[in-house]
Design a protein around this ligand. Structure first.
Ligand SMILES: [Zn+2]
Length: 265
């Protein structure tokens, strides 16, 4: 009899327990969403325009450096200096190999075609890139953004082979996540931000807030270079975030990944 009563009680309580399991995800300082501001390919306009704008508000960005890029080779000391100021230097490989066999990929250099490289080639390249970045910033915990969202080298998945080298990986274009439980920190989706206005960027941030999740912006040029947004659109977003600091946790993808690994995985 006592047993039957107990199990009846459990049955009654069960729906209430399910509801409490749906509590919102917890971000630092009771923020309602996390915002990652990432900049790919090591471009001049990032050093010239994005960094001064971020520094004006004290925001820390994540810079996914292509180490063979002209703006990396020519301005290595400046990239080292931004790391000293708390910005993140992320790995975006050395040569930025993409798959030449995909549509609209006429621009892929046959000598740097991911379809002709092996998984072992990529593991070696990405490992060397980590070593070079470590010489600049002394960091041992690193994140990665996949060039062109291409996972296959000669038809084999290289992302799986390098995932263990990183705490977090941005690997695909996707919308705002609707819950944090679905997040795979080794394959996070990003918003590809080219041509968006300040207002459009802000509406994406608000969408993340409505779900209690995060927004991962991937920028390229800021007021210059390619796949750009204007400096004005960038400033409009940063100004909104600065005016709503209690609502949003703006930090590097390294720190956001560390938080997610601590709390979900
Ligand atoms: Zn890239």
């Amino acid at each position: 009899m006592k047993l039957a009563l107990t199990s009846g009680l459990i049955a009654l309580c069960w729906p209430a327990m399910v509801v409490s399991a749906e509590e919102p995800y917890s971000w630092p300082d009771n923020a309602l969403a996390a915002v990652s501001l990432s900049y790919d390919d090591a471009l001049h306009s990032q050093l010239d325009n994005a960094i001064p704008a971020l520094d004006k508000y004290g925001f820390k960005g994540s810079f996914y450096l292509t180490l063979a890029s002209p703006a990396f080779k020519a301005r290595k000391q400046e990239w080292q200096a931004i790391a000293k100021h708390g910005h993140e230097l992320g790995n975006h490989t050395i040569h930025h190999a993409c798959r030449g066999s995909l549509p609209n990929r006429d621009w892929v250099d046959p000598n740097n075609d991911l379809d002709n490289k092996t998984v072992a080639d990529l593991v070696a390249e990405v490992t060397t890139a980590n070593d070079i970045l470590r010489q600049l910033d002394n960091q041992t915990i690193r994140t990665f953004t996949l060039p062109c969202t291409d996972t296959l080298a000669s038809g084999e998945n290289y992302l799986n082979a390098i995932a263990a080298l990183f705490i977090g990986v941005k690997s695909k274009v996707a919308g705002i996540p609707t819950n944090m439980k679905s997040i795979d920190i080794k394959s996070v989706g990003v918003i590809s931000a080219e041509n968006l206005t300040g207002e459009q960027l802000i509406s994406l941030v608000k969408e993340a807030k409505s779900h209690g999740t995060m927004v991962n912006f991937t920028f390229h040029g800021i007021g210059g270079d390619y796949l750009s947004i204007t400096s004005q659109a960038h400033a409009t977003l940063l100004n909104y975030l600065a005016n709503n600091k209690k609502l949003y946790w703006v930090d590097t993808f390294r720190n956001i990944s560390l938080h997610i690994v601590d709390t979900i995985e």
